[in-house]
Design a protein around this ligand. Structure first.
Ligand code: ADP
Ligand code: MG
Length: 348
């Protein structure tokens, strides 16, 4: 059974960045305003993420890494959109089958923090000794949660071998943190390599969008960052025959020129606050630029869409970031028109 669990977990967590993204989203879900990440060897040796969110109650610790144990089912409205991104109560469970996972956490009502170790979905003894007492131990700590994942894929050696270089894995991790840091204006993020004193990425909460983008990607981002803000009722735009269309809102920021970063930054898309890939949207928005910039240009594009949860497709495999939504063509057309309007209104 443990081998089956391990294989299943390895299909959900393909690379260290998959584990990191799940934990980031958990910290954001917990209402954190500050998230600090430490990485060693591209995330294979160590992935540690500390937040100041609401913490986990001691009595919830035994089930934390149990498959399908989630505290998020009560918010029924969110259910479908959460399903879209897979992992209902599966992320920590999966990680605990293919790594050594430990947690230090404290809620506002608890006098102390607790430290717990996990192996194969269950509480384990101190320092992962299976024979020892598994009772979470009181320790000093602040309100919030720190999750430490060590030796990822230690029991899937082929997977470990198949990974790209440590620095490639680390770039993927930085890339995902950067994307969340652009999107989550109420959260400050930091990321550093284990054992190194300086932060590689560091943002504060409440920075305006343009400053966030510059903090994360540097001043190589063109000086002109244009904000996108589109609130629309699709029903109104496309007739009232389909009342299910509902409201969508699009916010974000784009540039009207190249940035001369060494590395190309692909478009950053969030749908209902989850980082997604959306190839049709990417193609359509990039298409608008052909009227404004020479071929092969690298504009910066960040768009955050809020769509009625029932209009987001739930039948996508958890490991796939690619997302589909209802009335995709109409919505994309509205966004394309808006981007066109914005780019036309400035000199390029
Ligand atoms: P899901 O996010 O789908 O519920 P996870 O496996 O990612 O499943 O997490 C399981 C549960 O652990 C969450 O529902 C939440 O209650 C708790 N949890 C995980 N990470 C944190 C965190 N950083 N702060 C507070 N609670 C957390
Ligand atoms: Mg989660």
């Amino acid at each position: 059974e443990s081998v089956i669990n391990r294989i299943a977990a390895g299909e959900i967590i393909i690379q260290p960045v998959n584990a990191l993204k799940e934990m980031l989203e958990n910290s954001i879900d917990a209402g954190a305003s500050s998230i600090d990440i430490v990485v060693k060897d591209g995330g294979t040796k160590l992935l540690q993420i500390a937040d100041n969110g609401h913490g986990i109650a001691k009595e919830d610790l035994p089930l934390l890494c149990e498959r399908f144990a989630t505290s998020k089912l009560s918010r029924f409205e969110d259910l479908e959109s959460i399903q879209t991104y897979g992992f209902r109560g599966e992320a920590l469970a999966s990680i605990s089958h293919i790594a050594r996972l430990s947690v230090v956490t404290k809620t506002a009502t608890s006098a102390v923090a607790y430290k717990a170790f996990y192996a194969n979905g269950k509480l384990s003894g101190q320092n992962f000794k299976s024979s020892a007492n598994t009772e979470p131990k009181p320790v000093a700590g602040k309100v919030g949660t720190q999750i430490t994942v060590e030796d990822l894929f230690y029991n899937l050696p082929q997977r470990l071998k198949g990974l790209k270089s440590k620095s490639d894995e680390f770039s993927r991790i930085l890339d995902v943190i950067g994307r969340y840091a652009i999107h989550c204006k109420d959260v400050g993020f930091s990321c550093k390599k284990h054992g190194e004193p300086y932060q590689i990425l560091s943002t504060r909460a409440q920075l305006p969008i343009k400053e966030r983008i510059r903090t994360i990607f540097g001043n190589s981002i063109a000086t002109d960052i244009l904000e996108v803000d589109l609130d629309t009722n699709i029903e109104k735009e496309y007739g009232t025959d389909n009342s299910k269309y509902g409201l969508i809102s699009v916010t974000g920021a784009i540039t009207n020129s190249n940035y001369n970063n060494k590395k190309r930054i692909p478009p950053v898309f969030f749908i209902n606050n989850r980082l997604v890939a959306c190839e049709p949207l990417k193609r359509a928005v990039s298409g608008v630029y052909q009227f404004f910039l020479p071929k092969g240009s690298y504009p910066f594009i960040y768009l955050s869409l809020q769509i009625d949860a029932q209009n987001v497709d739930v039948n996508i495999h958890p490991t796939k970031r690619e997302v589909r939504f209802l009335h995709e063509e109409e919505i994309i057309e509205l966004i394309v028109d808006k981007v066109h309007l914005i780019l036309s209104s400035v000199d390029t």
